[in-house]
Ligand binder design. Sequence first.
Ligand code: HEM
Length: 468
Amino acid sequence: MNQATSDILILEEGQELPKEIKYPPRKPKWYDTFKYIANPEQFCRQNLDNYGPIFNTGVFGGETIFVGTAKAIKMVFNGDSNYTEIALPETTMEMFGEYSLFQRPDLHRDRKNALAIGLTGRALEGYIPNINTIILAGLEHWSKIETLPLYSSVEEICFNVLTPLLLGIKLDDNDTAIFSGLPLSTKRELKEVYQTYFNGFYGLLKWKSPLTAYGRGLAARSKLIKFMEAVINKRRQEKNIDPTRDFLSMMLVSQQENPNGVFSDSLIANQCLLQLWASLYEISSLVASVIYQLGKYQEIREKLRLEQTKIIGKYNHHHQFLPEHLRKMSLLEATIKETLRTLPPSSTANRRLTKSVVVDGVLYPKGSTMIAEPRLAHIMPEYFEQPEIFAPERFLPPRNEDQSYQFIPFGGGVHACLGAQMAMTVTKIFISHVLSKFDWQLIGKPSFVQFPLKKIKDNYRIKLVHQR
Ligand code: HEM
């Protein structure tokens, strides 16, 4: 029997194909993976120009269909347990480990709901004063620098913000007591192990050896799990843990209250590892990209300063930096969104079809992999007026171009990003302070790391001008 929604026809085994269907154009090519990984934006743009927003490729082996239309993206985002399964490369799945949200569709909803309590809403609002204080302290160091290595300086501050927010510990290399009982003894060491873990994602050679990025990444993963276990043991010795203080506290208290619930010891350690990983690189690259984009547009910086003055006064009284302030920063929010549109950090939703489906007369055959690509959707003039122009106002009324399944930096559907609110909150606070303390000029054009997510390379510097 057919299962059809207004947009999607799901074909059951043996069912006859409807008449007049088309297949996605383009034959997979042996070099597709390399071309995509080397420059995903160029790969998407060239194929969009040649074949349109839906095309077949050989990316990551087999048949991988890239989709950029809203209807097809909607189909990809909403197929879980019905007609799709997660289709990340095997190496990536091992790097995530068995307690990531991608591994167990049957436990996904319960785990996601439980984790969301410590990463969104009220809990996140409660973290704001801390985020604020740590960013301000970090920016003090920027005041002493004239040409700033952009990404690494942002990452340093984000690391200091995110370790207390997620793990409830403040790592300070001058305070050796903090590291006692932990298997790593400096922040630098921890960051280096994280970097090796990061590099292991999308290591394409599935050979577990110190000679491969993947092998080194897996070894780093084990070290990080040991580190997280030691942090958890240390935190467990605290009396009266306040579940609203940080993400780990929330998980520990929830486990105490319900020992047979979602939060097993292994899940807690793995979630500490994964959420620090996701947030550190995703948020640092977003903040660095916003600073870079604003470096190009003096007039937008000025408009943002006017908005800041209206909301928080001429000088930012950081102790009174409240959730309402952040909610009112609509131009800043639109500017962050425009940065995510123009420099999306990653593709979304690698899914394999467990049944054939038809959308808009195009057949997506069972067994093929689908990638929903912001690098296609975000440059389509059907969805974004003059997509080549950096225009934050497209995300404000009356334009409101951030429509579901068209603006997709955080994915969508069941696997929509759990950290989107946190990314927005930290980025708003960071940029708000940078705008009030500095002006800046770009020095040339940066190059970008492209995988596993797009970020400005470490060697790129900007010139800082101290405002006040
Ligand atoms: C600029 C910041 C970020 C971007 C662009 C981003 C992007 C994404 C995307 C595209 C997905 C969907 C993947 C898919 O459908 O296969 C996703 C999922 C996810 N993200 Fe993020 N992310 C960001 C920040 C964060 C942060 C800060 C956290 C955690 C604190 C986080 C945690 C997660 C989790 C747990 C999922 C999986 C959700 C699920 O499977 O249900 N992300 N993210």
